[in-house]
Unconditional design. Structure first.
Length: 186
């Protein structure tokens, strides 16, 4: 059991929803609330926090040192991409930050050490080469298949992602509007 003195119940707000954590005598359970609908976000939280609980659940949070957190995160993210490593680090850092903000303001976050931040830094963003509008028009014009041409037009002119275009069905067209079901953002 992870002991949070003075906090029998903690609500942990993650970036894309809420994760409720209930601290009990025997173990930690968590309930996902309705606003979070991103499956991968939920699975990442479950994965990281369940492994954290199995490794450190019998200890007081204050007794967990930065070196132990680093060792835990390295073992948890072995053979993963840098983006996955950063994501799992962020989940654990959010848990500690929430604990600090809600019940233990004098507690320092073990995830805030310089070594851990460096190992789990954000991955370098790739710079995409932007194609000129004339080249896009030429690609669309030379496309012989009407289906492929329509896909390219919706992506280039409508700003849709390929997954959104491929999920379109005839019932998604209402008057002169397209209704996008489950968009990635916005």
């Amino acid at each position: 059991m992870i002991i949070c003195k003075g906090a029998p119940m903690i609500y942990l707000k993650m970036t894309r929803g809420q994760l409720r954590r209930f601290h009990r005598q025997s173990n930690i359970t968590y309930i996902i609330t309705e606003p979070t609908r991103k499956k991968n976000t939920l699975e990442t939280c479950r994965f990281v926090l369940s492994h954290f609980n199995s490794r450190f659940g019998h200890r007081d949070l204050r007794s967990i040192k930065s070196e132990e957190v680093l060792s835990f995160l390295v073992s948890l993210t072995k053979n993963n991409t840098q983006a996955t490593k950063r994501n799992r680090y962020s989940v654990l850092a959010s848990f500690f930050n929430f604990t600090i903000n809600t019940s233990q303001p004098d507690f320092s976050n073990p995830c805030n050490s310089a070594v851990i931040r460096k190992v789990f830094k954000r991955p370098h963003a790739n710079q995409w080469q932007i194609i000129d509008k004339d080249i896009v028009d030429e690609i669309i014009f030379r496309c012989l298949n009407i289906r492929d041409r329509l896909i390219l037009v919706l992506m280039a002119r409508g700003g849709m992602r390929i997954g959104e275009v491929l999920k379109l069905r005839p019932q998604d067209i209402q008057d002169r509007k397209l209704i996008i079901q489950n968009p990635k953002s916005g």
